[in-house]
Structure formats: C-alpha cells, structure tokens
Design a protein around this ligand. Structure first.
Ligand code: CP
Length: 306
C-alpha cells in the first residue's frame, strides 16, 4: 500500500464545488459541537510573518477546542528569520516539531512554496495580495448561513479589489455557484485582469463601478466591504489619495433588500461607519465568529481526521 498523500490547503482554486460543500457541512457540524478531542496528541504550528488578530486567534481557538496543542510565533522579528534564515529552512525546522503548519506570509506564493518543501500539511493563512483561502471558507459559510443557499446571489464587493486577497479568493470560491458580481473600486484599486479573465472563462456575469451608489447596494444580497490595504502600497501618497474613498453609512441601507447582509473580513478602518453596526444587516462580527468553525473544518479535512 502506498503511503497516504499529504494534503495542504493553499488556494481555493484547488477545491471542487463538492469539496466546498463538504467543508460547509463540516463547519455546520462544528458550530453545533465545537469541543471534540479529535486533535488529541497533535501539535499545530502557527507561523505568522504578518500581523493578524482573527486568523491566528480563530485557528488557535479551533485547535484548542479540538484538543490539539499550538506552537508558533506572531512576530517573525523574534525568530531566526531575522538573522537571515530562509523560509525553506524555517519550514523544514518546524516540520521536525509539528503535525500541521498554518502560515501567513507577505510574499505571494509563499504557502505553495512551503507546501512543496515539507511533508507536513500546510494551510495558507494569507500570502501577500494573492489568496486567503480559509477566510473564503468562513465567508462562504457566512453567506450560506445568512442566505440559506450559495447559488444565484448578487454579490457586491467594494474597496480595495486590487490588493484584497480575501476578494480574490472569494471570487474563485463563489464561481461554482452562479453569482452575479458587482465590483466597486477606484481606478487605482480595480480588480486585477486575471480575475476578470477567470470569470469570463467561467461565463460569470460581472459589472464594474467607480461610484459607491445606493442603486448597486439595493440590488445586492451580499455587500462585501474591504479595507484599503495600506501595507501593500509602495507609495504612501497613493494610499492617502484612496484610503477613505468609500464609507458605508447606515442611511445608505434604507432601501436595501431585507436579506442583504454586510460582510467584511476585518479589520475595518473607516470604510464602515459605526452607525451601521446596530443595523441587523451588519454581519461582520458574526462572520469572524464563524471563522472558528470553518477553520475546524479545514484543519480536520487537511489532517484527514473527520
Ligand atoms: N480577516 C483577517 O485576515 O483578519 P486578520 O488580519 O486579523 O487575521
């Protein structure tokens, strides 16, 4: 018998529609019963070369609730990478200690590379402006929970569509479910062409706007707001020009659909006014909570323990 092939979780593009639906069902089951000792004896490494609140803490919560143990770092400056150790050597070292590596890195493609230099499964917790696939699982789970379905929804995404890796991953994840997309971004932060080509190849309908108008909000089932990603700009003067380009205010929701839900991967800066938080259509804090269950599903899928 050949040894079982290692499974990593690097890009949403590696997942079929059936994979996604299976992960949604698994997340639903973990939400009903999150405390199970199925990672007993497993050590999981969380390697965060970039800052994080939700992703790292929800992964670590997920692991703790499943009875696993966590090692890792949240600040690469405290590790030997600050002495010049390569990513390859860091991954090979951590592979000596852990059964699973969860990594966030500032370089696009870093998670794929890491998965190729180790026999330990790797979960991508965000690689530069490229992908954030575990975020997509909680985003899809949030869409499913709030809409009761994933098919045939009008999804509007607003803000930084150029650097927003959660946007890129969500487009790929939603592509199985016949969405109609609206993209609202200033010229400087428009969705990269590769995602438009992807949608065209899939026969998906999308429209692009530069105005953040109520007309577009009013057609939407999901409004996915995003932060302008200051850390990706090489010229901070360019960031200053666009940082407050769109601000969602409560009065902009007055004629929105009853089922509209507002999602945001968070952190928010200025793009959602605080008066929106009390509107029942604001779902971003529950969305972040869903991250624990979606990540329990991803971890167990990768380790083959569910
Ligand atoms: N959504 C998200 O990735 O948040 P953090 O950067 O806080 O992990």
């Amino acid at each position: 018998m050949s040894p079982m092939k290692k499974k990593s979780f690097v890009s949403v593009a590696d997942l079929s529609k059936e994979d996604i639906l299976r992960l949604m069902k698994s997340a639903e089951s973990f939400e009903k019963n999150p405390n199970r000792k199925i990672l007993d004896g497993k050590i999981c490494a969380t390697l965060f070369f970039e800052p994080s609140t939700r992703t790292r803490l929800s992964f670590e919560t997920a692991i703790n609730r499943l009875g696993g143990k966590v090692i890792g770092f949240s600040d690469a400056a405290t590790t030997s990478s600050s002495k010049g150790e390569t990513l390859k050597d860091t991954i090979k070292m951590v592979s000596n200690y852990a059964d699973l590596i969860i990594m966030r890195h500032y370089l696009e493609g870093a998670a794929r590379y890491a998965s190729e230099v180790t026999d330990v499964p790797v979960i991508n917790a965000g690689d530069g402006a490229n992908q954030h696939p575990s975020q997509t699982m909680l985003d899809l789970y949030s869409v499913y929970k709030t809409q009761g379905k994933l098919n045939n929804l009008a999804i509007t995404m607003a803000g930084d569509l150029k650097y927003g890796r959660t946007v890129h991953s969500l487009i790929v994840g939603m592509s199985h479910f016949k969405p109609a997309f609206n993209f609202i971004a200033p010229e400087e932060l428009r969705l990269p062409d590769i995602y438009k080509q992807f949608m065209e190849e899939k026969g998906l309908h999308y429209r692009e706007y530069t105005d953040f108008s109520e007309d577009v909000i009013n057609q939407s089932d999901i409004l996915y707001m995003t932060r302008v990603q200051r850390e990706r700009f090489t010229d901070l003067m360019e960031y200053e020009k666009v940082k407050n380009i769109y601000i969602l205010k409560n009065n902009m929701l007055r004629n929105s659909k009853e089922n509209l839900r507002i999602l945001h991967p968070l952190p928010r800066v200025n793009e959602i006014a605080y008066d929106v938080d009390d509107n029942f259509k604001a779902y971003y804090f529950e969305q972040a909570r869903n991250g624990v269950f979606a990540r329990q599903a991803v971890i167990c899928d990768v380790l083959g323990t569910n």
